[in-house]
Design a protein around this ligand. Structure first.
Ligand code: AP5
Ligand code: ZN
Length: 216
């Protein structure tokens, strides 16, 4: 299955993509995680990306498109993939279409996780992430087994630099301007599934899986 996850920052794309990745045994490809890994390793890409990310702005299309194209050619994507946080703009969506065309494959579904803006702020301010594997937790809604420790890596969880309220508001503004138009883009292609992203994590995961089964 080849999926993309759409939704505002903090809508739960990463949380849901991680569960789908385990359920369907296909990789989760998060451009945000890849960029953060590059920042951590102080690569050229990371240095360029950080300037934008810290301000809540999107990283230029050409940088992320190259990352994704490269990633999709890796062996573990043969049976499918979940793109989480990509595409984010119409030019990115077109570049993805082109790349998949070249590979002779098509997207099966675009899953749009819908959460109202006011809930987003609460989610982001309580989010804590693993600096190693990128897994995301919440101080109230998705607690790790041991307080502030990643279940998988046993490392201390941290708060993301761009989860400050002011930056979150900027990210939401950018989402509405540049990413929301993708909903119509995939609707027009007939592959959009919108799921209510408010509720328990597991409940939402079941909604998505049911919607994917129906649309098979
Ligand atoms: P990225 O890492 O993709 O961030 P984002 O889209 O802003 O999304 P988030 O990771 O913030 O949220 P999410 O929807 O995955 O939610 P999560 O599951 O974590 O991008 C970061 C930056 O990188 C961008 O701003 C940009 O600069 C750059 N970038 C990345 N991709 C790019 C691209 N393609 N083009 C250009 N630039 C790009 O959940 C959020 C919180 O809520 C967590 O704490 C979670 O535990 C909690 N939660 C989840 N589900 C629920 C629930 N049902 N109920 C209560 N809490 C919940
Ligand atoms: Zn971890």
């Amino acid at each position: 299955m080849r999926l993309i996850m759409l939704g505002a920052p903090g809508a739960g794309k990463g949380t849901q993509a991680q569960l789908l990745s385990k359920a369907y045994n296909i990789p989760q490809i998060s451009t945000g995680d890849i960029l953060r890994m590059n920042i951590k390793n102080e690569t050229d890409l990371g240095k360029k990306a950080k300037e934008y990310m810290d301000k809540g702005l999107l990283v230029p299309d050409e940088l992320v498109v190259e990352i994704v194209k490269d990633r999709l050619t890796q062996d573990d994507c043969k049976n499918g993939f979940i793109l989480d946080g990509f595409p984010r703009t119409i030019p990115q969506a077109k570049a993805l279409d082109e790349a998949l065309d070249h590979m002779g494959i098509k997207l099966d579904r675009a899953v749009n996780v819908h959460v109202p803006d006011e809930k987003i702020i609460i989610r982001m301010s309580g989010r804590r992430v693993c600096p190693q594997c990128g897994a995301s937790y919440h101080i109230e809604f998705k607690k790790p087994a041991k307080e502030n420790i990643c279940d998988e890596c046993s490392l201390d969880l941290i708060q993301r630099d761009d989860d400050k309220e002011e930056t979150v508001r900027k990210r939401l503004e950018i989402y509405h301007e540049q990413t929301q138009p993708l909903i119509e883009y995939y609707q027009n292609k007939g592959i959009l599934t919108t799921v209510d992203g408010v509720g328990e994590v597991e409940e939402i995961s079941n909604r998505i899986k049911e919607a994917l089964e129906v649309s098979k």
